[in-house]
Design a protein around this ligand. Structure first.
Ligand SMILES: C[S@@+](CC[C@H](N)C(=O)[O-])C[C@H]1O[C@@H](n2cnc3c(N)ncnc32)[C@H](O)[C@@H]1O
Length: 254
């Protein structure tokens, strides 16, 4: 069943959008080199290692799966930090191969994995250029502690980043509330408005790759900005959600 209009295209397919079901690395190895203007992605944060060790799924950490239609668990959150770092370096190296010279990457992450991600990014050949902040506006209060109210966007470029790109001055802090629990199609879905702002780092009319696409928020926001975009998602149920949301046919890993 197609999700509510607020999330998607109300039946008209997003143009210039492709959604693959498969492992990011395996799919990326088959894609054409040197064609993307940006890698914009929100990988699993490997935040559920201890839960995974107890055999618990991601719903235990991220949502109340007592809802009528429980959201499927997503992959990769139970990885240990070192394996995750190696995976990210491999994916980002492959992403570098797929990108044009001067392309950009913008990678979501939490405070705990930020150092590992910037190591992986640089190991993969990207020039690390900074960290922007997603202020989620609210968070669980914890007495005697700073609130964990932000996630981060580590960003960089494939070689030299010309100041003459037709891209405006962009904010360093994005303020958007999380997607309401009862509107989510994915346990850790990113708000479309946030993705639309982040995607402005890509040149107008450019081509974007999201190797950890989840429910397709990056792709949907990209289509609305007139960008073309390809997404990859390993979970069959989540990949199908993204394809339905985008109004496109799912391409199975071959
Ligand atoms: C943080 S979620 C992305 C959520 C997305 N931003 C959204 O708004 O729906 C990361 C996604 O990457 C997927 N994933 C994990 N490992 C993967 C892999 N090796 N290849 C492709 N997808 C993977 C997970 O199943 C999960 O859906």
């Amino acid at each position: 069943m197609r999700p509510a209009a607020v999330h998607g295209y109300e039946g008209s397919p997003a143009t210039g959008i492709r959604m693959y079901r498969g492992d990011a690395l395996r799919v990326m190895r088959r894609l054409e080199a040197g064609v993307y203007d940006a890698i914009i992605t929100d990988p699993p944060y490997a935040a559920g290692v201890s839960l995974a060790a107890k055999g618990a799924g991601t719903a235990t950490k991220y949502c109340d799966n007592k809802r009528a239609n429980p959201l499927p668990d997503f992959d990769g959150d139970g990885m240990d930090q070192r394996t995750w770092t190696l995976l990210m370096a491999d994916v980002l190296r492959e992403g570098r191969r797929l990108c044009k010279p001067g392309a950009v990457c913008a990678l979501f992450i939490d405070w705990r994995m930020l150092p590992s991600l910037t190591d992986a990014m640089q190991r993969a050949g990207w020039i690390w250029r900074g960290v922007a902040v997603w202020d989620k506006l609210t968070s669980r209060p914890q007495k005697g502690r700073f609130r964990q109210q932000a996630e981060f966007i580590a960003w960089g470029s494939a070689g030299r980043l010309s100041v003459n790109r037709p891209v405006p001055v962009l904010p360093g802090v994005f303020r958007h509330a999380n997607v309401a629990a009862n509107e989510r199609l994915h346990q850790v879905q990113k708000p479309l408005e946030l993705m639309a702002e982040v995607l402005k780092i890509c040149v107008p009319g450019g081509r974007v790759l999201d190797p950890f696409a989840g429910s397709g928020s990056t792709l949907l926001a990209a289509a609305r900005l007139g960008l073309t975009a390809d997404g990859i998602e390993s979970s069959p149920a989540i990949a199908q959600t993204a394809a339905d949301r985008l109004g496109v046919k799912l391409t199975e890993e071959v």
